[in-house]
Design a protein around this ligand. Structure first.
Ligand code: LLP
Length: 389
């Protein structure tokens, strides 16, 4: 993927626009498969559920982790064979659709609470439906508070006592094992060691075949080899098969948000107002996330340079949180120049909204030297179509 190609994409489809490089996703999958060849990989669809991306995952033989009826429908449409349902809320329609699919697909359910277990019990299960029990490991995963799902105070998973109680009730032919997703953007390996300490009593007490260790790998610098070593040690100790649920690790670095400079404003700070902001990429506003931003064109010229200055890269909407970056080093761009917001393949379009009646941007897939539209830009007609007049 070259800058020239990105400029061509912006000219063809306009901005803002999301672009994904499929080869880079393939490389991430290959790295993970090489580090843990024995593990089953369930791609966390919430990171990026674009049809083109899911089909790419299916071609690589991956399964999917799904949390909603919509994600289930997308995974089934892309013909992914193995699915794990997770999340704290399973509405009737979601459970029923999953049960129907379980007659032809390998469907597993991670139970998040006793109440959820009771809801699943009220339905008739196909023979091969398998359950895991999500443990809340009650630890601090050292990440942003919104992503710290393993804290005792979080809504996720069961306490040790609850997990034991449910494990006693699940018929053994339907019981697969335990599940932990301690958080997202976890960079410190000792967190996983602590998770294993919490899990050990359960695997000592209950005969289980699987461990689902969730996702959560810190991007950009997760110590994958050391993690694989640690994980393998635990799995071998209890003779467990491994399930992984990576989201961000597989897609974050393959995605880019193209945006155009609309206006420049000099004040107490130097503001670059762009045509993308929190409606297209919520992460800077919600988590204070810092995405690398660079200029693709300067003064309309590709790849040109200039003295770097600090600027705030802001969106077009009417609140301060509507920004893509603060204190970004950029050359002296002018109106109409193109900026590239990097590492936006995960939780980018997936968390976009129509805030300010913004129209969601298109998605373009790059494969080798060619690119194609994977999802068109929303139109004003789309925006108005759900409301009867
Ligand atoms: N498995 C479960 C049960 C999860 O809840 C998640 C993410 C994953 C796997 C995948 O986690 P990953 O490998 O992508 O870290 N919107 C936030 C991230 C929220 C993640 C929620 N759960 C962000 O933009 O950083």
């Amino acid at each position: 993927m070259t800058d020239r190609m990105l400029v061509e994409i912006a000219q063809r489809y306009g901005t803002p626009c999301y672009v994904y490089d499929l080869e880079s996703i393939s490389q991430q999958i290959a790295k993970l498969k090489q580090a843990l060849p024995e593990a089953e990989i369930y791609y966390a669809l919430k990171a990026n559920s674009s049809g083109g991306i899911i089909r790419h995952m299916a071609q690589h033989g991956l399964g999917a982790e799904v949390i909603s009826l919509g994600e289930l429908a997308r995974a089934l449409q892309a013909n992914l064979n193995k699915l794990i349902l997770t999340g704290p809320g399973h509405p009737d329609a979601f459970r029923k659709a999953a049960l129907q699919a379980a007659y032809r697909k390998d469907i597993r359910v991670s139970l998040d609470s006793i109440s959820q277990w009771q809801a699943w019990q009220s339905l008739a299960w196909p023979q091969k439906l398998g359950f895991l029990i999500r443990l809340n490991p009650a630890l601090d995963p050292k990440t942003h508070e919104h992503l710290a799902t393993g804290m005792a105070s979080s809504k996720f998973g069961m306490s040790l006592a609850e997990a034991e109680a449910v494990a006693c009730e699940i018929p053994s032919e339907h019981f697969l094992g335990f599940h932990v997703h301690a958080g997202s953007q976890i960079g410190e390996l000792h967190i996983f060691s602590e998770v294993f300490e919490r899990l050990a009593p359960l695997y000592e007490r209950f005969k289980a075949r699987y461990l689902d260790i969730g996702g959560g790998y810190h991007v950009p610098d997760f110590p994958l080899e050391a993690y694989a070593h640690l994980l393998r040690g635990f799995a071998e100790r209890f003779k467990l098969r491994l399930m992984l649920e990576p989201g961000r690790y597989l897609v974050a670095d393959s995605g880019f948000l193209l945006t155009s400079v609309l206006h420049l404003k000099e004040g107490e700070r130097h503001h670059i107002i762009c045509d993308a902001g929190m409606a297209e990429l919520l992460r800077p506003a919600l988590y204070g996330a810092k995405h690398p931003i660079r200029a693709l064109t300067v003064g309309g010229i590709l790849g040109s340079q200039g003295d770097l200055n600090l600027a705030d890269v802001d969106g077009p909407l009417c609140e301060n949180a509507d920004r893509l970056g603060v204190d970004v080093m950029l050359p002296p761009v002018v109106e109409g120049d193109l900026l590239l917001v990097e590492r936006t393949g995960a939780y980018g379009l997936a968390m976009s909204s129509n805030y300010g009646s913004s129209l969601r941007p298109p998605e373009v897939l790059i494969q080798g030297q060619s690119f194609r539209l994977a999802r068109r830009r929303e139109t004003l007609a789309d925006l108005l179509s759900l409301e009867p007049v």
